[in-house]
Design a binder for this molecule. Structure first.
Ligand SMILES: [Mn+2]
Length: 438
């Protein structure tokens, strides 16, 4: 029986540092306490290129070193945008009691009983080295650009999937031999399994995903340790697939070590794998990931509804985001201070208002018209207004003195005609009102 801790998607960077380091430090403590035999980090140790002097680089190295002082460590190359090629090379130099092996090419790596790593020269061993007790088949992130350069961009995505399936099947023979010799057989990769569920609860079912579960089981490894998807999930195969010797097979994503975004579902943690000759199992060891609450209002935030949500969700110590969408003219009616007050006790509050701009009808070509009367007609047409009263007002403005206009308006409002009611506005009354507006 070998016991392996699998950590994934640590995403160390300045912004995530508190969350990543609290969770990974806890996980490393726990793995050491559990006396694991080996540790695997299945990609995305960092979130983006880190400066060597950044605190995130130092904190990550410190925890990897703590692991390496306890057991052999295998780090796999993750997504290039998160972990630029070369990032992991530094970790080979950490110099703990046990070595850190960096898998940045397709290869097989054996773990010896003395806790040393032996890598295959080619993509797989032609014959297994002596003294191994576990065999790892490593498929780091595939560079789709290289595949695209060979087969063309439009075919690249599908070609990647087909080549990976072929490659994985290619590992089957050595895994069968290893299994017969009593070695634990393990696959390690970083990518998307067709049909898996993202951390936001979205099924990933496009045809450019790297793997199918069938292709992964086809490698005939007992355990397949995956990184990339931040939500923990698992697939099991109880039958002896393809007539192979693997017996019970398991594919699993531990998910990210911490909760890095709002709206991420599910528990966070690392996997404690236990692999014996005839069984493979794991448990999710939870990390103290932060609690996030995401509150969304389709319109203006309703303080009463928010108050109820706050009571129901227990915001104390949680990271809370409130989002709303309001029209431009209502933007000042959102009471941010009152929202902030309701969320007192939260570890962090993020208020995000989306303003929908007022859309006005534009009267095309209006600026080209020569006379003001023509402009009024064009405007009336595009806004569905009656032009005649407006043109009368314009005429009055052009031909009468301001005093005369004012007098006429005052005299009308002073002595309203008894026949005119608000519901039966006469034309002259409409003219009067229009004049006032003008
Ligand atoms: Mn990731």
């Amino acid at each position: 029986m070998i016991r392996i801790a699998q950590f994934s998607d640590l995403h160390y960077n300045a912004k995530n540092l508190v969350e990543a380091d609290r969770c990974f430090s806890h996980a490393v403590d726990r793995a050491i306490a559990l006396k694991v035999d080996a540790a695997v980090v299945s990609g995305d140790s960092t979130d983006h290129a880190l400066d060597l002097h950044s605190p995130a680089a130092e904190r990550l190295a410190r925890n990897i070193r703590r692991l390496a002082d306890h057991c052999p460590v295998l780090m796999l190359q993750g997504t290039f945008s998160h972990e630029p090629p070369g990032t992991l090379a530094m970790f080979r130099l950490l110099g703990g009691r046990y070595p850190v092996h960096v898998a940045d090419r397709i290869e097989q790596v054996g773990l010896t009983t003395e806790g040393r790593w032996v890598a295959s020269e080619a993509w797989c061993f032609t014959s297994l080295p002596a003294g191994l007790y576990a065999l790892f088949s490593c498929v780091p992130t595939v560079n789709k650009a290289v595949v695209a350069a060979t087969v063309g961009a439009s075919l690249a995505a599908q070609a990647v999937g087909e080549h990976l399936a072929l490659l994985l099947r290619g590992f089957a023979a050595s895994n069968q031999v290893a299994h017969m010799q009593g070695l634990a057989t393990i696959g390690v990769s970083h990518g998307t399994v067709f049909g898996c569920i993202s951390e936001h609860g979205v099924p990933m079912a496009a045809f450019d995903h790297e793997f199918t579960t069938g292709a992964l089981f086809g490698a005939q490894a007992q355990a397949f340790m995956l990184g990339h998807i931040h939500r923990h999930q698992v697939w099991e195969n109880q039958t002896t697939a393809l007539g192979g010797l693997a017996g019970h097979q398991c594919i699993a994503y531990p998910g990210s070590i911490g909760r890095f975004h709002y709206g991420e579902e599910g528990d966070k943690g690392f996997l404690l794998w236990e692999i014996a000759m005839d069984e493979v199992r794991f448990t999710l060891e939870p990390t103290p990931a932060r609690r996030t609450i995401n509150i969304v209002f389709e319109g203006k935030p309703d303080l009463e509804v928010l108050r109820e949500a706050v009571l129901r969700e227990d915001v104390a110590g949680a990271f809370v985001r409130v989002r709303w969408t309001v029209a431009d003219e209502d933007r000042h009616e959102v009471n941010r201070a009152a929202i902030q007050k309701l969320l007192e006790g939260a570890a962090e509050t993020q208020l995000e208002g989306r303003i929908v701009p007022v859309v006005r009808v534009r009267s095309a070509g209006i600026s080209q018209l020569a006379s003001l009367a023509d402009k009024v007609r064009a405007w009336a047409k595009s806004t569905d207004a009656k032009p005649d009263p407006l043109l009368d007002c314009l005429q009055a403005l052009a031909s009468q003195t301001p005093e005369a206009i004012a007098e006429r308006a005052l005299c009308r409002t002073g002595t309203p005609a008894p026949a005119v009611t608000p519901d039966s506005t006469s034309i002259s009354d409409a003219q009067c009102q229009s004049e006032l507006v003008f």
